[in-house]
Design a protein around this ligand. Sequence first.
Ligand code: E4P
Length: 221
Amino acid sequence: MKFFIDTANLEQIQEAQDLGILDGVTTNPSLMAKEGISGTNNVMQHYKKICEITPGDVSAEVIATDFKEMVKEGEALAEIADNIVIKIPMIKDGIKALAYFRDKGIPTNCTLVFSAGQAILAAKAGATYVSPFIGRIDDIGWEGMQLIHDIAEIYAVQGYDTEILAASIRNGKHIVDAAKNGADVVTCPLDAMLSLLKHPLTDNGLAKFLADHEKAAKAVK
Ligand code: E4P
């Protein structure tokens, strides 16, 4: 399973890249706004900086909601770097735009996916990635992870190539469950990624090893 970081924060992207386990980055308009990035030029410049940090796939989301504008925006974004993936919302014009970029050989990420039916449409339109939003489904009291399971089953039965990108990930359990249920990619905040490191027995075990080493060193003196 690939690991993407879900942020537009350059320091966090660099930190994840330095860990040596980063396969890409996802952003969205809210994440860009959180970093105080606005205006077309600044947004484009920011994507350029992200693409300079990581060679992995970087999802850049279009703001337009009609086909012609999505294509125009997406083509401009694709010019920024070879590793840009055009992120397109799951709406009718979005499906047309996904098919357009498929025919041009430009990679896409179909975002805001909340049902298996939407995931079938994204695959039919040739999306490179489909992004089911796990956390937001959990937020309304449904079982987000079941959607990953269902899409994985359908894609396997139908032989679709679209990769399942588990998004809206809130914690380490989501990451592990996404892996179990057949996600090809998980995109998560840095703290969720780092939470996988944590286990009290690791901390206690290391403290004991270091203490024993210190004791033995003193005994030799
Ligand atoms: C990533 O592609 C999505 O935009 C993101 O994971 C959404 O996460 P959120 O539900 O925490 O905003």
